[in-house]
Design a protein around this ligand. Structure first.
Ligand code: DSN
Length: 483
């Protein structure tokens, strides 16, 4: 039998067994697992939304639990024989609630997008549907007349959502026109301030009082600073809005007690959504936390917008929450922020423009336009040099969402590998060297005469960067137990 992993360790034996079982059915899929490990091991992962989950989390996902349907929620299922899934879901839910100090945790969403959809519908159910049913004197939508049903549907679709705009770091699921959230609500956006690129709470307050949204949404995909959720709560209260926070990116920093007090979203928001796989370092999945008063509406996710939950992923979430309850996770979360902040400082020392002049969280944004590059060129050149990160639109970006002027870098994954400030300084140096040796090609069809996607990276600089990346990754090997 082919044994590509270390047969001496439990983890290696486990991976050898799963490799053999997969290979028996599909050598192509089996080899893609090895290829992905090699890929991850040969590049520095600075993708702000990714991490490396523990092998216990991965093991929990690969079991017979995948075979069970369990629509509904614990002890209230539309399917028979859900006793074990009840136990698993309850365990994950209690652990998540403990970890974040939440009244209730709903652990079924398959992703952050799912979690947001679940939260939107729960808020609409509680604030629009239930009062409407009460006004009509009925208990269920089934008892509404066709006219009442039509009226309710119009009401449900006229809810107003006020959220951070995409260019300022908001997410596609925060009301972007091309996303279902943009079609569900009357959407308005707040932006960061043009000069500081920071949230301006007074401007948000004025806008909120004017719009009077049903939902005030805070949270981001690409904003490098912390948010004062106490202030957002005050604004929501002033305009009678529900405060929803999407902490998909920084959930690990909340769990790890980096964001506390005014900066802890769970303390201030009615409903909080998250992913479980970014800074939280669990399996790919979603999560909704809420105050007790929203619990029943959140539990209506099935049949509202979900089918069966993934029992094997909920099991893995329970393990990840347990891991995040440890002191070592608190240390990890604090180190992420130290690393990002040091990476930002090191880049700035070498003359790079870091948006807002630094970071408070796990990510930073670099403006590559002063170097004559687009985000797309910078992303591709760095990828060639074995550094993985995403291009990102910057606030008020003239290059649009495809080419962009920015790069988004995050340190959650490298911190998992054990890297610290010393390595961040080295990485900053490698990045700058690659970018300084990347030149856009000439392109007569573009206004500036320079291509926005084609470039030349000096081969020596590339070779040098690859060698330095290798040296670093040899010292900080991913999953060393696998051999
Ligand atoms: N791709 C994730 C992010 O970067 O924010 C979520 O869509």
């Amino acid at each position: 039998m082919n044994k590509p992993f270390n047969p001496e360790t439990l983890e290696g034996q486990y991976y050898n067994a799963l490799y053999a079982l997969i290979e028996k059915k599909s050598p192509k899929i089996a080899s893609s697992v090895i290829d992905e490990l090699n890929n991850q091991r040969s590049s520095l992962k600075l993708i702000a939304s990714e991490n490396y989950s523990s092998l216990s989390v991965q093991a929990a996902m690969g079991t017979l639990l995948t075979d069970k349907y369990a629509e509904g929620f614990p002890y209230h299922r539309f399917y028979a024989g859900c006793e074990n899934v009840d136990l698993i879901e309850e365990e994950a839910s209690l652990k998540a609630a403990k970890l974040f100090g939440a009244d209730y945790a709903f652990v079924q969403p398959h992703s952050g997008s799912d979690a947001n959809l679940c939260a939107y519908h729960a808020i609409l159910h509680k604030t629009v549907e239930l009062p409407f049913l009460e006004k009509c004197g009925v208990k269920s939508i089934d008892a509404l007349s066709p006219e009442q049903w039509k009226e309710l549907r119009i009401k449900l679709q006229s809810g107003r959502l006020l959220a951070l705009d995409y260019y300022s770091g908001g997410h596609l699921t925060h009301g972007y026109k091309h996303n279902v959230s943009g079609k569900m609500f009357e959407v308005s956006f707040y932006s960061v301030d043009k000069n500081t690129m920071l949230l301006d709470y007074e401007a948000i307050r004025k806008q909120a009082l004017e719009i009077k949204p049903l939902i005030l949404l805070a949270g981001y995909s690409a904003y490098p600073r912390k948010i004062n959720f106490r202030k957002m709560r005050e604004i929501a209260d002033e305009c009678s809005a529900v405060l929803m926070v999407d902490m998909a990116h920084f959930a690990g920093l909340v769990a790890g007690k980096v964001f506390e007090g005014d900066y802890d979203p769970v303390k201030w928001a009615d409903v909080v959504t998250s992913t479980t796989h970014k800074t939280l370092r669990g399996p790919r999945g979603g999560l909704v936390l809420c105050k007790e008063s929203f619990k029943d509406s959140v539990n209506k996710a099935c049949p509202l917008m979900m089918g069966g939950p993934l029992a094997q992923v909920m099991a893995a979430k329970a393990i990840a929450f347990e891991e995040a309850l440890s002191d070592s996770f608190v240390e990890y979360a604090h180190q992420i922020v130290k690393n990002t902040s040091f990476l930002a400082e090191s880049l700035m020392k070498e003359g790079v423009t870091v948006v807002t002049g630094g970071t408070d969280n796990h990510l930073l944004l670099v403006d590559v336009s002063p170097m004559g590059l687009t985000g797309r060129i910078a992303e591709s050149a760095l990828r060639e040099a074995h550094l993985m990160m995403n291009r990102n639109a910057l606030p008020f970006d003239k290059n649009g969402p495809w080419y962009t002027s920015g790069l988004r870098m995050g340190t959650a994954a490298l911190t998992t590998l054990g890297m610290k400030e010393k390595e961040m300084a080295e990485i900053a140096h490698i990045i700058v060297n690659v970018l300084e040796n990347t030149k856009p090609n000439n392109d007569s069809s573009s206004a500036s005469g320079k291509s926005r996607s084609k470039y030349t990276l000096d081969p020596k600089a590339k070779e040098n960067a690859i060698a330095k990346v290798k040296e670093l990754l040899d010292k900080f090997k991913l999953y060393p137990e696998l051999g």
